[in-house]
Write a protein that binds this ligand. Structure first.
Ligand code: SAM
Length: 254
């Protein structure tokens, strides 16, 4: 998979893209990333990329001519989709990460300052993605978030292919709790079942804990999920536990 990232601040990408999983994925050729400086597409002598908004008001607007020159030059004759990172876009999630990962190539456009010229949005952008309901200074961090989330789902990227399958959101639930050695730490014990070596009991325990976490922290996910018979049974058990304790659907208490 190939990412083209259009930005005014290419230097922001060097650390995150070259370390850990993203660095390794590029070294092994599973992913490639080109960073393009939007300023290189400003033709005037001062390489101006922004201007004041028509109608007045605060902030600067990234110019349509510069952005379109950048997009068209990077896209060439291809039909590569352009994704604009914007707080007004669809909120990015695990499913979108998987869908983007099906594409051979995407162009990620990072905005900055007050906004980009609306005409670019409406005519050259195929999809707007937000990484959450808050406003950042620029689209660079969101672009990195998208590249990271998409890359770790690509076949061959994670050392253990099962790793992402148990991650939160993968099957509509939050991940179960994890423990490692020592089995006893300051009087806190690892749940007995995890030491039992009984694979099916461990699987069922983890599924129940995933359901518990999801029920307590993100009940909205449960509403969207189609539950298996076993999951419905485990949820019933949890409901009984909590009603016995008189604390159904309380806040975090696990
Ligand atoms: N005035 C814009 C608004 O209220 O929608 C916000 C502009 S923001 C200061 C500058 C740039 O940061 C945006 O053009 C966008 O590329 C990026 N950005 C900010 N917050 C974002 C978010 N939550 N998700 C994705 N991109 C974001």
């Amino acid at each position: 998979m190939h990412f083209d990232i259009l930005t005014l601040f290419p230097e922001m990408f060097s650390g995150p893209l070259t370390t850990s999983i993203l660095g390794k994925a590029q070294e092994s050729g599973l992913v490639s990333v080109d960073i393009w400086n939007i300023r290189d597409y400003a033709l005037d002598k001062h390489r101006i990329v922004d201007d004041t908004p028509y109608g007045g008001g605060a902030g600067m607007v990234l110019k349509a001519d510069v952005l379109v020159r950048a997009i068209e030059s990077v896209r060439g004759d291809s039909k590569t989709p352009v994704i604009y990172l914007s707080p007004q876009g669809k909120v990015f999630d695990q499913q979108m990460a998987a869908e983007i990962g099906e594409l051979p190539r995407v162009i990620l456009l990072s905005g900055h300052y007050e906004e980009i010229d609306e005409r670019v949005r409406s005519h050259w952008v195929d999809l707007e993605l937000s990484i959450g309901d808050y406003v950042l200074t620029g689209g660079e961090l969101p672009a990195m978030v998208v590249v990271d989330a998409v890359t770790r789902l690509l076949p061959g990227v994670l050392g253990d292919e099962r790793s992402h399958l148990q991650d939160s959101f993968q099957d509509g639930l939050l991940d179960h709790p994890h423990y490692t050695r020592p089995a006893s730490f300051r009087g806190l014990e690892v749940p007995e079942v995890l030491l039992s070596g009984h694979h099916d009991h461990i699987r069922r325990f983890r599924l129940k804990e995933s359901l518990r976490r999801t029920m307590l922290r993100r009940p909205d996910l449960l509403e969207k999920k189609s539950l298996t018979k076993e999951e419905r049974q485990l949820l019933k058990e949890l409901a009984t536990e909590y009603s016995a304790e008189g604390r159904v659907n309380t806040n975090e208490s696990d």
